[in-house]
Design a protein around this ligand. Structure first.
Ligand SMILES: Cc1cc2nc3c(=O)[nH]c(=O)nc-3n(C[C@H](O)[C@H](O)[C@H](O)COP(=O)(O)OP(=O)(O)OC[C@H]3O[C@@H](n4cnc5c(N)ncnc54)[C@H](O)[C@@H]3O)c2cc1C
Ligand code: SF4
Ligand code: SF4
Length: 946
């Protein structure tokens, strides 16, 4: 260890205590899994930070900085991090990371006249706009990452997206900012304190000196150049707007603690036109003529992205006319037209449609008007970048030349040049983008592990940089600079660059804020090839392969309570407890075992895995299906081959294996269960186990596995398969399903329960899983041979069979969910008995909502088929997830999750059902409301006998 290293290590070791002593209130952590989670973003780079500090508010940031500015800590780098969605390593650095997303996410004040709002920098864009919506105003810059990027990150990258031709970039939608230093806060909305004057005066001197060169060297485009905007900081009319230097500054001038954003009235009317073209070139060429109709946004998506969307089943919301037929290639153009007057909008729309129909290569045009349809269609375009990440193979799309901007009229020629470069380098790619402002997103596919592809990354980057300059464009048109700041000096010229350096030196004389980004001072800028790359591919057959595939696009960090992914992140707002964080930790751990340089401690890794609810939302909703529970099982198998498993896990493994006997013995053990339950709860550290064991159903409703196939089954028999929780505890649901199906005219027979091996599979007991899964698969095959339809009672059980059995290569016939079976009956023309009434609500299981997204629509169709209306509110995870919510150590998280998205709708529901056993248990114990199975509601409404 060098003297510098040991000075650094010493400072990092002392900083937590110094922060506490100074009264810092947020978290200060060195947990290796958290550091791994903070070491990546959506780029191909990885820089391991040393300490994570999560301030509670602006004052807390000041406290932290007052300590970090002391001489003994003055050499530590300090980098603010928001949503971590940067595509070029913007928020990655060594030293201290200030996690602004975790606590600092409040909407602080809204101007009564609706002109502006003050926010903390960690507020998520969609969260801000959801809170503003009732006031009829919004913050206009719209990114594809609006579910997880934060306003502080948007300001610091000067983000933009759809609609920027009309609304501009983030910097066009700001009123001012507040920044922090150890001495206190400086707000552009008030007078600067005396101690800040020398800093601001030095910045003004540098900005004035370089302004003319800056103006001369930056193209006059809608997507203007920012990242120390010397032009607007020194307005022609005089004065010095120092805060104008911060948009696009990427944390290099220090932390922003408060932002005043400009608000705009929400347009009253919105329409979206989607046009299908024979080729991407045709769809691109449509942009210029379409601009005559002054739309809010024009976006495109090429044939490759369209094909990926089609493969992923995302084109379901498109009308038939716009879906590709028989392998045909289609490119799409999306045109959004907004306004307040319906008549004016209709006129604009008619003009746009007429223009589209006359354009070369046009195949079909569709106009969407309802808010839901518009949202669904835009979601197809927004999914573009995630879909590109889904590409199989070692070479996958990489963001490094993906947001170039050129004048819109230069786009076709620019695209020719771009494609020529990619073809010459033999690279595949997909394209989408904002053509109205001349911004195309193109991600060439590279294998970053391969030296020749890393060399190619540099060559292609240099060539595209030169191409953009030839077309009078900007290399960093949307996603900020990050390690691509290395091009800045050559691009902006020596005089303007020197001014940028002067601004940096004024705000950051010690060069410690996000060092190595944007401009060089004493620290050289990081380069696109000199910044460490993250491992890109796992060795062949690695059980943690998907962890290497995680590309950090952060879709799993959505803030919205009513979306399923990811409950543990929503409850903690702690990156290590998200799919991304877990994938980062597993990748680093696995790599450490291979290289012998371990950066993630096993205990820290197990800590992040323990908080995963196993809901499997990531396995379905992550664009590259980073299936955390499956990889967790592999880690457990590895770890617990070396050491003893926790007692609760051993008890659960045993209980699953013995469950057929437990179910059989239930009539005898029922009276003793209340006492046994209390003992189990105390010994195993669990709580609120189900209150009673189920009594068996009447013999006529049951069927043993041996009997399957040995007797002929009556007409309209439906075989019902159960998991061991439902069989052992859920008498009410068994009865509801029996009564409901019978009332609908079916003859349900409950097949003897055989455990699926789900617990064994989840806990990494591969042999136990295989033995149980083989037995159940054989029984399912016998059941399928009877020809009777087969349904599974609990969604988590059905989904485990669909996902885990398939993955394990088991030959097990599929079970249908009850609604899938009944909806298919309706589609086949079966008429169901009729009932009347409403006032019903239904909550679906989160695993079902993500893996079988049609669930809510299908239940609605089933209830409609009986003449009943039913509400199906969107919810996230209820917080129970099998045994998760029963464990004492998870009580806080489990309750928080229930409160987040279930408590309100459950309390407000008149008569309600839930499809999942876990969700019914959770609603009863935390919401005080016993929910039914939906077939129970049907049974009651059809007056089925008890
Ligand atoms: C799939 C995908 C799609 C994308 N689409 C778009 C798009 O449509 N439009 C677009 O503009 N971008 C897009 N991006 C890029 C990215 O989402 C934006 O750059 C976004 O603004 C980053 O915000 P963040 O909160 O994630 O910030 P981070 O990535 O966490 O940080 C970005 C920079 O801001 C700095 N920073 C963060 N908070 C503060 C603070 N409080 N004080 C000082 N500095 C701070 C960080 O140090 C860092 O340099 C996309 C990225 C992905 C992965
Ligand atoms: S886990 Fe999936 S959704 Fe989350 S960051 Fe990784 S790739 Fe993206
Ligand atoms: S299984 Fe659920 S809780 Fe676990 S990482 Fe995936 S989404 Fe998060």
């Amino acid at each position: 260890m060098t003297a510098t290293d040991s000075r650094f290590a010493d400072a990092i070791a002392k900083l937590p205590a110094a922060l506490r002593a100074a009264g810092f209130r947020g978290e200060v952590e060195r947990d290796s899994a958290l550091r791994a989670a903070m070491s990546t973003d959506n780029s191909v780079y990885r820089i391991l930070p040393d300490l994570i500090v999560a301030p509670r508010d602006a004052e807390d940031v000041v406290t932290a900085m007052s300590v970090i500015e002391r001489p003994e800590f003055a050499h530590l780098a300090l980098t603010a991090r928001g949503g971590g969605t940067g595509t070029n390593g913007q928020s990655l650095n060594r030293g201290v990371i200030l996690d602004m997303r975790r606590h600092m996410h409040r909407l602080l004040e809204v101007d009564p006249a609706g002109q502006w709002a003050d926010v903390e920098p960690g507020i998520v864009l969609d969260d801000l706009n959801a809170q503003l919506r009732p006031r009829g105003v919004f913050f206009a810059p719209e990114t594809s990452t609006s579910t997880r990027c934060v306003v502080g990150g948007m300001v610091s990258t000067d983000a933009s997206g759809k609609g920027s031709r009309i609304y501009g970039k983030t910097s066009d939608n700001l009123v001012g900012v507040e920044i922090a230093r150890g001495q206190g806060l400086v707000s552009s909305l008030g007078d600067a304190p005396d101690w800040a004057q020398p800093m601001l005066q030095a910045a003004e001197r540098a900005a004035r000196a370089g302004r003319a060169a800056f103006v001369a060297n930056t193209p006059r485009l809608n997507r203007r150049f920012t990242g120390y905007d010397l032009e607007r900081a020194c307005p022609e009319e005089g004065g010095f707007d120092w805060w104008r230097l911060f948009p696009g500054s990427e944390g290099t001038l220090g932390p922003i603690t408060r932002i005043r954003v400009k608000l705009r009235p929400l347009p009253k009317q919105k329409r979206l036109v989607v046009a299908g073209f024979a080729s991407f070139r045709d769809s691109l060429a449509a942009a210029l003529p379409l601009m005559q109709d002054d739309p809010t946004a024009i976006e495109v998506m090429d044939e490759r992205v369209q094909a990926l969307a089609s493969e992923a089943g995302l084109l379901g919301s498109l009308p038939e006319t716009l879906r590709p037929k028989g392998g045909e290639a289609l490119a799409y153009t999306f045109v959004e037209i907004n306004g307040d007057s319906a008549e004016a909008l209709e006129a604009g729309l008619a003009a746009c449609e007429a223009r589209l129909r006359g354009l070369p290569g046009i195949r079909a045009v569709h106009v969407a008007s309802g808010a839901d349809e518009i949202r669904e269609l835009w979601a197809i375009r927004s999914a573009g970048v995630g879909l590109l990440g889904k590409v199989e193979g070692r070479a996958r799309p990489v963001a490094f030349v993906e947001d170039c901007v050129v004048p819109p009229e230069a786009l076709p020629a620019f695209l020719d040049g771009f494609l020529e470069i990619l073809t010459r380098h033999g690279l595949s790619f997909g394209i989408y983008g904002h053509v109205d402002v001349g911004c195309l997103h193109i991600r060439p596919a590279l294998d970053i592990d391969a030296e020749e592809d890393r060399a190619r990354l540099v060559e292609v980057s240099d060539e595209i940089y030169a191409l953009v300059n030839r077309h009078g464009g900007i290399f960093w048109g949307e996603h900020g600079k990050g390690v691509r700041g290395a091009y800045l000096e050559g691009w902006i010229g020596p005089e303007a660059y020197e001014a940028l350096q002067g601004v940096k030196a004024a705000f950051d004389p010690a060069g410690r804020y996000n060092p190595g980004k944007l401009v060089a001072t004493d620290t050289p800028v990081m380069g696109i090839a000199t910044t460490p790359f993250r491992p890109f591919n796992a060795p062949e057959g690695d059980a943690l392969e998907k962890a290497f595939r995680c590309n950090g696009n952060a879709q799993c960090l959505s803030y919205a309570a009513s979306t399923p992914m990811c409950p543990s992140f929503k409850a903690t707002e702690d990156l290590r407890h998200s799919p991304k964080g877990r994938a980062d930790a597993m990748r680093a751990w696995q790599e450490g075992r291979r290289t012998g340089v371990q950066t993630v401690e096993e205990a820290d890794l197990l800590g992040t895995l323990d908080t995963c609810l196993g809901c499997k939302a990531c396995a379905s909703s992550c664009p590259v299906q980073v299936d955390i529970p499956s990889m967790r099982a592999a880690v457990y198998a590895d770890v617990y081959a070396r050491k003893a498993r926790p007692l609760t896990d051993r008890a659960m493994l045993l209980a699953e294996r013995l469950s057929p006997w437990l179910v059989r013995a239930a009539p005898l053990t029922r009276p003793f269960w209340p006492l046994a339950r209390r003992i189990f709860e105390r010994v195993l550290g669990v709580t609120d186990l189900p209150g009673s064991l189920a009594r068996p159903l009447p013999r006529a409703a049951r069927l043993s596995v041996r009997e399957l196939g040995s007797e002929s089954l009556p007409e309209r028999t439906v075989l019902v398969w159960m998991d061991w929780f439902s069989a052992l505890y859920d008498e009410a649901t068994q009865s509801d399903v029996l009564r409901g199906l019978t009332a609908l005219g079916y003859a349900p027979r409950f097949v003897e329960m055989l455990p699926a091996g789900k617990v064994a599979g989840d806990l990494g007991d591969a042999a136990g899983f295989r033995a149980m899964a083989d037995r159940l698969s054989a029984a399912l095959r016998k059941g399928a041979a009877t020809g009777a339809p087969m349904i599974g009672l609990d969604p988590a059980f059905v989904m485990a069979l669909r996902q885990d059995y398939r993955k394990a290569g088991l030959d097990a016939p599929a079970l249908l969910l009850p609604q899938e079976f009944l909806a298919s009956e309706l589609r086949a023309g079966v008429r169901l008995p009729q009932a009347t009434g409403g006032g019903l609500s239904l909550f679906t299981h989160c695993t079902e909502s993500t893996a079988a997204p049609a669930a809510r629509k299908e239940w609605q169709a089933v209830f409609a088929g009986i003449g009943l209306g039913i509400e199906t509110p969107a919810t996230g995870c209820c917080g129970m997830a099998g045994m998760f919510g029963h464990k004492d150590r998870h009580q806080e998280m489990s309750r928080k999750l229930f409160d987040l998205s279930w408590a309100g709708p459950v309390a407000g529901a008149e008569e309600a059902a839930a499809t999942g056993f876990s969700c019914r248990c959770q609603s009863e114990r935390l919401g005080g409301k016993a929910l039914r199975h939906p077939l129970g509601l049907i049974a009651d409404r059809l007056d089925a006998p008890a």
